[in-house]
Design a protein around this ligand. Structure first.
Ligand code: OF5
Length: 121
């Protein structure tokens, strides 16, 4: 294995860590915690071409794959819209994703982000 010295967290990574934790709190059933598999959701991988979940987003933060906040927001929206695409409107998953999307977008509003945005030089 490649020996990686401990990488310093950039201000953006620290900000995304905070937002990721805040989103996790709003998914108490952990429906969005892990990738959706075809076992639990028949045909999922043929319907949803770009899957996304919170564990994948966390890995991308740690690998410093988000160059800016908007890329993180795009993955968050993709995760929620995937659930609204695959699940019918009367399911617990559709309803949870709609609620999570609105809660998350409120988090990203500049007034709510005030002190967080100061983290980025
Ligand atoms: C019932 O317990 C779980 C546990 C984990 C899940 O996804 C990681 C899901 C789940 C999550 C989803 C989503 C997000 O579409 N889903 C769709 C259909 C059937 N199950 C799910 C449900």
């Amino acid at each position: 294995c490649v020996l990686r010295q401990r990488q310093e967290r950039t201000p953006l990574q620290r900000m995304l860590d905070h937002l990721h934790k805040a989103i996790e709190k709003r998914d108490p059933n952990q429906f969005f915690a892990w990738p959706v598999t075809d076992n639990i959701a028949p045909g999922y991988s043929s319907i949803i071409t770009k899957p996304m979940d919170l564990s994948t987003m966390k890995q991308k933060i740690d690998d410093n794959l988000y160059g800016e906040l908007q890329e993180f927001v795009a993955d968050f929206k993709l995760m929620c819209t995937n659930a609204m695409e695959y699940n019918h409107v009367d399911t617990v998953y559709y309803k949870a994703s709609k609620k999570l999307l609105h809660a998350g977008l409120k988090l990203f509003q500049p007034d709510k982000m005030g002190w967080l945005l100061q983290l980025i030089p």
